[in-house]
Design a protein around this ligand. Structure first.
Ligand code: FES
Length: 234
C-alpha cells in the first residue's frame, strides 16, 4: 500500500489509484465534470485540479495517479482560481442562455459555475452551430456541447452502441454522430443513457417524447418503446 496525505489527512492508497479516489476516502470534496469512474478518465475539463507538493503545475485529480509519500492540497486560492479559469474556458464555447435551457437547474456546468462564483463572461461565447433532425426522439444541441466525451464513453463502453464519436485533439474536440452519419441511420437504441450522462443541455429528449413514442408503438419498433422510460428519467 502507498501512504498519501490529502489536506493533512493520511490515507492508504493502492498502486495506480487516482488522487481523486484517494481524496474522496480522505473526505476531500473535489469537483468533477468530464470524469466518469473507470470509463471516462481523460482529464480534459480540469475542474478537478489540485496541488501536489513538490510539483510546480497543478494536477488533474481524476487521472493523476498517487505515489508513496505524496502530499496533496485540494483547497487554496490558487486552486480555486485555476478551477474558475477552467470553467470560464468551457463557458467561452458554450451557449449559456440558461433561462431557456431544459437542463437549467440540473446542469452540472451551471451548478459548478455558480459554486465557483463564475458570472458573466467578458466576451460573447464562440460556440458551434449544427443542424439536427428535429423529428428524432433524441435531440442534440451542439452549441451546448462541452466536448467532455461522457456521451461517447457511455455509448461505446457501457451501451456498446458507439453512436457518438469525436474528432480533433484536446481543446479543439468536437463530438458528433459517428462517421458523420445522420442520427436516424446510426443505430441509436434510444436507451437515453447519453442524455442521462450529459452534464449540460447538449443532449435532451423531444418535448413531445410521449407522443413520439406512442406513434412508434407497433411491433416492429417494440424495442424503442420498451427502453423509453430510460429517456424520461434523464
Ligand atoms: Fe478531472 Fe475533468 S473531472 S479533468
Amino acid at each position: 500500500m502507498l501512504n498519501v496525505t490529502i489536506d493533512g489527512v493520511r490515507v492508504e492508497a493502492h498502486e495506480g489509484e487516482t488522487i481523486l479516489s484517494a481524496a474522496r476516502r480522505a473526505g476531500a470534496d473535489i469537483p468533477t465534470l468530464c470524469w466518469m469512474k473507470d470509463i471516462n478518465e481523460i482529464g480534459s475539463c480540469r475542474v478537478c485540479v489540485v496541488e501536489v507538493e513538490g510539483q510546480d503545475g497543478l494536477a488533474a485529480a481524476c487521472n493523476a495517479p498517487v505515489f508513496d509519500g505524496m502530499s496533496v492540497r485540494t483547497k487554496s486560492p490558487r486552486i480555486v482560481e485555476a478551477r474558475r479559469f477552467s470553467v470560464k474556458t468551457i463557458l467561452s464555447k458554450h451557449r449559456g442562455e440558461c433561462t431557456t435551457c431544459k437542463r437549467s437547474g440540473t446542469c452540472a456546468l451551471q451548478s459548478l459555475a455558480s459554486s465557483l462564483n463564475v458570472g458573466e463572461l467578458e466576451r460573447e461565447p464562440d460556440y458551434r452551430r449544427e443542424a439536427w433532425d428535429g423529428s428524432f426522439p433524441l435531440q442534440r444541441d451542439a452549441s451546448k456541447c462541452i466536448s467532455c466525451l461522457r456521451c461517447v464513453a457511455e455509448c461505446s463502453k457501457v451501451q456498446h452502441c458507439s453512436v457518438w464519436d469525436f474528432s480533433g485533439s484536446a481543446g479543439q474536440r468536437s463530438v458528433g454522430v459517428k462517421e458523420s452519419l445522420s442520427i436516424d441511420v446510426a443505430k441509436c437504441a434510444l436507451c437515453g443513457q447519453c442524455i442521462t450522462h450529459c452534464p449540460t443541455g447538449a443532449l435532451t429528449e423531444r418535448d413531445d417524447i410521449d407522443k413520439v413514442l406512442a406513434a412508434l408503438a407497433d411491433p416492429d419498433v417494440l424495442t424503442v418503446v420498451q427502453v423509453a422510460p430510460a429517456i424520461r428519467t434523464a
